[in-house]
Write a protein of this length. Structure first.
Length: 204
DNA sequence: CATGGGATTGACT
DNA sequence: GTCAATCCCATGC
């Protein structure tokens, strides 16, 4: 199947759920820090947990823009959360990057996070943006040709086993199975989806 | 113009 | 398990 390279704009011009699933295993880099994506959730305007549900506003402008851009917003007044805008322009949809496995710049990540444990550097959506140095100033920048790079899974690496679960941290549309995790990674944020609680992660 | 509510995290009981 | 931190912005008076 073609079109699965995230350096190609067509990657993002698809169903946001396919984009989210295919982002698992890809590499995100910002400056000298990089990590492998191990957890993603999808959000779509048709469903009330999505910021775009309320229509086009100043806040959701990027969500309704062209696919392949970063939607970065501040959560709880404290954390920046990173999304990849998907689907056609004028459709509000994005994939929330929820967790990474650190690959490069681990010492820099440690300084930014004030933590030693590699497992905890990027095991949450607010954690990974802090570790990568991604702030809301990058909202609207291109993921194809901008400061945040998204790269395909490294050649020769076995594709991750992606397990599906329900999204977390939301109060609306909680039943939708739009959370995608690498079952083999210990860096997925908790609670782990049900299939991962049976020792699956330990096998990797 | 005032207010309320988060796609969270870390510290504390 | 509970809870505060802290900011943007959408909504309502």
């Amino acid at each position: 199947m073609s079109g699965l390279d995230p350096r190609d704009g067509a990657f993002y011009a698809r169903s946001v759920h396919d984009v989210a699933r295919d982002l698992v295993g890809c590499v995100i880099r910002h400056g000298r820090t990089a990590g492998r994506v191990v957890e993603v959730e999808s959000y779509h305007q048709e469903e009330p947990a999505c910021h775009a549900f309320g229509g086009l506003t100043e806040r959701t402008r990027v969500l309704f823009g062209p696919p392949g851009r970063a939607y970065v917003y501040r959560s709880y007044g404290v954390h920046a959360l990173l999304n990849a805008v998907a689907e056609d322009e004028a459709v509000g949809a994005a994939a929330l990057i929820r967790a990474l496995e650190p690959i490069e710049g681990i010492d820099l990540m440690r300084r930014r996070r004030g933590l030693e444990s590699v497992r905890e550097l990027c095991s949450g959506p607010g954690k990974l943006t802090q570790a990568l140095g991604v702030g809301v100033d990058l909202n609207g920048t291109s993921l194809l040709d901008g400061p945040i790079e998204v790269l395909p899974p490294p050649a020769g690496v076995v594709a991750p086993r992606v397990v599906t679960g329900t999204r977390i941290g939301i109060n609306k549309a909680v039943e939708l199975p739009w959370r995608f995790c690498d079952a083999g990674s210990a860096c997925v944020s908790r609670p782990w989806p049900e299939p991962m609680r049976r020792g699956a992660a330990a096998a990797a």
